[in-house]
Design a protein around this ligand. Structure first.
Ligand code: HEM
Length: 527
């Protein structure tokens, strides 16, 4: 439990007491008459909902939801309560899905029942009144907005994406060479590279690491993501009475949202004034979509807010995820340096000195296996984004009433021992022929109607960035006493590795396979 969570719990307890006294004094209705004895203890729960851990009166399972590494905690609960269980928080009922089978049943097979997003007070404030793709509820308007962005991303992926990622990968190479073998934390460099892909896609702009504009944009988007994931803010959705109390994190969130809207608004305005807008950019495409939607027959009218929020979606969805994944990959490779050598040797054998292309994927299975294994062990959006049941439905035979919040625990599904042998070990070989790992059980990008909108962009980035980095450099531990990175990580909306340092040693241009990393370790890395 974090200090924040304890403070929150104390406030909640006081509030609960006040509410209980108030209810007792005004209605004289015994509290127990409103409880149906479900796992929440203080809530009416529909009969037939999956069972789950008993919660505190009024607060429900707030203590479970306030845990530091929530994906791991939810995974541990699944060992006790099974792959589907219920939690409550204030007036919300949450059903947590922890296996690939039940997640696919809800998100893919029954997608039309579970494609909604929870409609919440804070969600509406950060998403321009629900007009973002990631937080907007399922509606015709949302479908038109998502389709437009999806089509543009697909078009771009076929035409210019590879060249764009290659340019960023080469720029990253120059930055790493400039470190001259010093031990450095590369997290920020990865963020700049991933972010430049998205800012070029959206408004054709690239930034250097020192750019003040970029720093501002990132600090503001990062603050929004971490504040929005904090228990102080989510409590406002479940306990409306708390909105009446002063709440510093919430005031900060509102300020950051205003700053974000100012920065993005300025960019879009500048972009509109440019004469040389590329047909390919998301902004051009959405501006055209907005024009066409005026007077369209389906009655859907897109506005500047849809364009604004789609830009925010791509910047938030596409920057920290890819950057966090790259940091995880190097962290795991430092733990098993022989895998780094295998990838390098594979590239030397197949590419004969040239840089890889995305179409080389089938000829580089070891690299592909590393990418899959890191996506499995550390899905960077470990709990996806919460879904909402649009109608009464069922999962694994349990009744799921309309409006239930569904949490797909992708981290849990990827650590399910009935699907993955040695689920906690970094073993890319499980994805090689005969290794037993099935790529179809990976759910790192979610599934169904809400499948990650940037999956094609992300897959191109993961492949090319990793291939370029491992072709050009040998990575060695660079922490104090050359310690290896901690592999547990910090889980918020994005699952990130704790900061660590690494030394990037340039590989000789003429491939010299005799040179492998010193101090090779053998065996698996038990996490
Ligand atoms: C390693 C990289 C990435 C991973 C693992 C990842 C994973 C995910 C996951 C799990 C979801 C939630 C799916 C659900 O609600 O069921 C999601 C949604 C989303 N992602 Fe990604 N993502 C990645 C990169 C990207 C990139 C590069 C972009 C943008 C170019 C992006 C844009 C989005 C958007 C807009 C959504 C919301 C989709 C919707 O609600 O319909 N993501 N992503």
């Amino acid at each position: 439990m974090t200090q924040d969570s304890w403070l929150l719990l104390a406030s909640m307890a006081l509030l609960a007491l006040a509410v209980a006294l108030w209810l007792w004094g005004t209605s004289r209705t015994p509290l127990s008459s409103a409880s149906a004895g479900g796992p929440g203890g203080g809530h009416f729960l529909h009969k037939g909902l999956p069972p789950g851990p008993r919660g505190l009166p009024f607060l429900g399972n707030l203590l479970d939801l306030g845990q530091d590494h929530l994906p791991s905690h939810l995974t541990r609960l699944a060992r006790r309560y099974g792959p589907v269980y219920t939690l409550t928080c204030g007036s919300s009922t949450l059903v947590v899905l922890n296996s690939s089978d039940v997640i696919k049943e809800a998100l893919v097979r029954k997608w039309s029942d579970f494609a909604g997003r929870p409609i919440s007070y804070t969600g509406s404030l950060v998403s321009g009144g629900g007009r973002s793709i990631s937080l907007g509820d399922y509606s015709e308007e949302w479908r038109v907005q998502r389709r437009l962005v999806h089509q543009t991303l697909q078009r771009y992926s076929h035409s210019s994406l590879q060249a764009l990622v290659r340019r960023q990968a080469l720029a990253l190479r120059e930055v790493l060479i400039g470190y001259n073998g010093r031990a450095v934390d590369l997290a920020e460099d990865f963020t700049v590279a991933a972010s430049n892909v998205i800012t070029t896609l959206t408004f054709e702009k690239e930034y250097g690491k020192e750019s003040e504009e970029l720093q501002q944009l990132h600090s503001c988007l990062n603050n929004i993501v971490s504040l929005w994931g904090s228990p102080w803010i989510s409590a406002l959705d479940s306990f409306p009475l708390l909105r009446k109390l002063p709440n510093r994190p919430f005031s900060r969130l509102l300020k950051e949202v205003a700053r974000r809207d100012d920065i993005i608004g300025r960019h879009i305005k500048e972009y509109k004034l440019r004469d040389n807008q590329s047909e390919d950019s998301i902004t051009s495409s959405l501006l055209k979509g907005i024009e066409q939607s005026i007077g369209s027959e389906d009655g859907v009218r897109l506005t500047d807010t849809h364009l604004h929020m789609a830009t925010v979606d791509l910047l938030i969805g596409g920057t920290e995820t890819t950057a966090a994944w790259l940091s995880w990959t190097l962290a795991f490779l430092l733990h098993r340096p022989q895998v780094q050598t295998q990838v390098y040797e594979e590239m030397c054998g197949v590419l004969e000195g040239r840089y890889p292309q995305y179409s080389d994927r089938p000829r580089l299975p070891v690299l592909g296996a590393v990418i899959s294994e890191v996506l499995r062990l550390r899905p960077v959006a470990p709990l996806a984004v919460p879904h909402r049941a649009l109608r009464d439905s069922s999962i694994a035979g349990y009744f799921i009433p309309k409006d239930t919040v569904i949490i797909p625990n992708l981290f849990g599904a990827h650590h399910d021992p009935s699907v993955w042998s040695e689920p906690n070990s970094f073993r890319p070989e499980r994805f090689l022929e005969g290794g037993g790992g099935r790529a179809r059980d990976l759910l790192a990008f979610g599934g169904g109607a809400r499948l990650c909108l940037g999956e094609t962009v992300a897959r191109t980035e993961l492949f090319l960035f990793t291939a370029y980095l491992l072709r050009d450099f040998l990575f060695l531990p660079g922490g104090e006493g050359a310690g290896l990175p901690d592999l547990e990580g910090e889980a918020s909306v994005v699952l990130k590795v704790k900061s660590y340092k690494v030394i990037a040693v340039p590989r000789p241009l003429e491939t010299d396979l005799a040179v492998g990393p010193p101090n090779q370790q053998s065996g698996d890395t038990a996490l």
